[in-house]
Design a binder for this molecule. Structure first.
Ligand code: SAM
Length: 254
């Protein structure tokens, strides 16, 4: 090993203003940037810097390649959208290290946090995550659908606010419908729901609705879906859409 480094960098949900200064510095310092191609496209090209773009489905291979490059002496940055620790590259890199060469464990590795889509969406909506919440990915690429269902049921039963990542894709348009069917069976139809699409980007779109009236097919791979708890409510306001609030105290209004 020749003393390279590996930064696992969160790019935030989209706009440059939501990129942390530490993330910008790590990107500037990198000799090689590794990531899913659309994320690489968001980063200004710098002279002398090599880019290694790949398909979204090859996370572990991409992580292994990045670690190997760092072990060869590269100053490597692996990028993720949002936060790299939330359904993203940080876990893939540490899985590669756990299964890889013993020398990889001595590498200089930094995880640089980013704003998760969940936080960015919550900020747009008001304060939907003001009390206990959980995040569930609806993708069944890396886990069986049975587990997704079990977690949705348990989250509804425990009255968490639920943030749904990866709600649907072209290959699996039905998962969000199945999730809504399940949740409608165990939560009130009046539960507030937000579809927060492409937050921070030009094509941002927010739909506020109730669980009973929601049309799940509006969710795509750029959408984060928030399902309220029994305490979550809309605060109506003049001249704009309502705010979404999950109060800090549970059960105060009962
Ligand atoms: C593989 S996960 C990555 C999550 C990311 N690491 C994070 O912290 O936000 C991708 C999912 O994040 C959500 N997402 C990412 N960017 C988003 C944005 N700008 N607006 C809404 N949802 C977004 C969508 O649910 C998308 O399917």
């Amino acid at each position: 090993m020749t003393g390279g480094s590996l930064a696992i960098v969160g790019l935030g949900p989209g706009p440059a203003k939501w990129l942390a200064p530490e993330a910008s510095a790590a990107l500037e310092a990198a000799s090689d940037i590794v990531g899913y191609q659309p994320y690489l496209d968001r980063i200004p090209q710098r002279p002398g810097q090599q880019r290694h773009g790949s398909d979204n489905r090859v996370e572990i291979r991409r992580a292994r390649d990045a670690v190997a490059m760092a072990a060869q002496g590269g100053r490597v940055a692996v990028v993720s959208g949002g936060d790299p620790g939330v359904f993203a590259m940080a876990a893939a890199v540490f899985e590669a290290i756990e299964a890889g060469e013993p020398a990889w464990r001595a590498l200089d590795i930094t995880v640089v946090p980013g704003i998760s889509a969940m936080q960015a969406a919550a900020a747009r909506l008001g304060a939907p995550l003001g009390h206990d919440f959980c995040a569930i990915s609806l993708s069944d690429n890396l886990k069986p659908w049975d587990i997704v269902q079990r977690r949705l049921r348990a989250a509804a039963e425990a009255d968490f606010v639920i943030a749904l990542f990866n709600p649907a894709s072209k290959a699996r348009p039905e998962t969000i419908h199945l999730a809504f069917k399940l949740l409608r069976g165990c939560k009130a139809a009046t539960t507030p729901v937000a579809f927060a699409r492409a937050i921070g980007r030009e094509d941002e779109r927010i739909v506020l609705i109730t669980l009973g009236d929601a049309e799940p097919s509006i969710a795509d791979m750029s959408t984060l879906v928030l399902i309220g708890s029994s305490e979550t409510r809309f605060i109506e306001r003049p001249g704009g859409p309502p705010w979404l609030l999950t109060p800090r105290t549970y059960g105060a209004g009962r």
